[in-house]
Design a protein around this ligand. Structure first.
Ligand code: ZN
Ligand code: ZN
Length: 427
């Protein structure tokens, strides 16, 4: 398994993947990069940085080169096999879609999957693009997907901002092949991954009772990505409203430049009222997805924040590995989730401490740790405050959540006063 469990290793530069030299500043765009001839997956601004990066890159590079050679060798074997009852002469000509049913193609499929995973880890636009090509081709070759390739696809698409493709992909797996329990077997002539241009803002009614955790997580990332774009559009419109003489085309260009998802071109055309309505809808969908993720795996959100050393269930480890880079590279995402957590922690501090006392804290955990855990569980109840806070441009002390806290405090005081008065009357 080339995917490391240490989540910190997935933390590359935040933001869209761009062509870049690993030793140059993350956002520095260099036009003619030279590609490493060993692995063909990293590029450098020049000889100097390539030499300087060699000690660090050497082992990854050699490994990748070796895996590429094995893929080529195994492919040759599949294309030029000695035909027997179980082995076709060239499975590429006769068994596309059913590769994994033929035992002789398995070494090829496995090593190509490994190559894809290694490329995804490198986190360069070339490597991730190539990784996705391998994943898509593995699915084309084996529609039953015994290897679980589909779990890596949506997150990888989001990293490359192929957001529509990601939505279509998830929708197909969750509707045409729920739970992947209908083995396609010889049904390879039936439509496969044929959902195109589905509406990413539509209701989530297509989700069944049992969905892949990776699908739910990627849908959540996609919706949060759109919410962040809406926030950016709102803030930009507000900021530009004072510049009445600025040409409208220029305002349009500035507004579009603040969005990340290609899907936001539609959001950018919306009136303020429709934008607010869409924001509300997306927010409600995020809360639904959050609840579905908690139900599918109550530990997932906790591990997302706490860099687990030893996660409990294999499913979390995999989904975390498959999606962490996507979370990390989507700018604004952790900011939003962390703010929701902070709101939950402040608002719920008293309840949480009371409930902790009632349950008796587990030996060895501090109240701070328990508060952190409990607030991560309540994140979905507070996401709307984080979203409101994010587009609020006034002073911090007047943010929507601060107002909520002030109102709550006033209501508490009022309640106490009334209770005291009642007590006195009764005396
Ligand atoms: Zn460089
Ligand atoms: Zn290399």
């Amino acid at each position: 398994m080339p995917f490391p469990a240490n989540i910190a290793l997935y933390k590359g530069p935040i933001g869209p993947l761009v062509q870049r030299c690993p030793l140059c500043p993350p956002r520095l765009v260099t036009s003619d990069l030279r590609r490493c001839t060993g692995c063909l997956a990293l590029s450098y601004c020049g000889h100097e940085h390539q030499t300087a990066h060699r000690p660090q890159h050497k082992s990854v590079c050699k490994k990748l080169k070796k895996v590429r050679a094995v893929v080529a060798k195994e492919e040759h074997k599949v294309r030029h096999a000695t035909e027997t009852n179980n082995v076709p002469a060239n499975a590429f000509a006769t068994h596309v879609g059913r590769f994994f049913n033929i035992v002789s193609t398995r070494p090829y499929m496995l090593v190509r999957f490994e190559l894809a995973k290694r490329l995804l880890l490198l986190g360069t636009v070339d490597a991730v693009t190539e990784g996705l090509e391998h994943l898509r081709d593995l699915l084309r070759l084996s529609e039953d997907d015994d290897l679980g390739v589909r779990e890596l696809v949506p997150g990888t698409m989001l990293r490359l901002d192929l957001d529509q493709e990601c939505y279509d992909f998830i929708k197909w797996w969750e509707t045409a092949d729920p739970g992947n329990d209908k083995k396609r077997g010889d049904k390879t002539l039936l439509p496969f991954l044929d959902v195109h241009g589905a509406d990413p803002l539509e209701d989530l009614t297509f989700l069944g009772e049992h969905n892949d955790l990776s699908s739910l997580v990627c849908l959540l990332i996609l919706k949060l990505k759109l919410l962040i774009d809406i926030r950016n559009i709102k803030v930009t419109r507000h900021a530009l409203s004072g510049y009445r003489h600025l040409p409208i085309e220029m305002k349009d260009q500035i507004e579009l430049a603040t969005t990340r998802s290609p899907l936001s071109k539609k959001l950018h055309l919306m009136s303020h009222a429709s934008l607010l309505q869409t924001e509300k809808k997306l927010l409600a969908q995020c809360v639904t997805l959050g609840a579905a993720i908690d139900e599918a795996n109550p530990k997932f959100m906790l591990y997302l924040f706490f860099d687990p050393a030893q996660p409990l269930r294999q499913e979390i480890v995999l989904v975390m590995q498959y999606t962490y880079a996507t979370f990390w590279e989507t700018e604004g995402l952790f900011g939003l989730l962390n703010d929701a957590r902070a709101c939950a922690a402040r608002d719920a501090e008293h309840d949480i401490i009371d409930s902790v006392r009632a349950k008796k804290m587990k030996a060895g955990t501090t109240s701070g740790e328990t508060l952190a855990t409990e607030s991560a569980k309540r994140i979905w109840e507070y996401l709307h405050y984080a979203v409101e806070n994010a587009s609020f441009l006034g002073p911090v002390s007047e943010r929507p959540f601060e107002k909520h806290m002030k109102n709550k405090k006033n209501a508490d005081q009022h309640k106490k006063c009334t209770e005291n008065k009642d007590d006195k009357k009764n005396d």
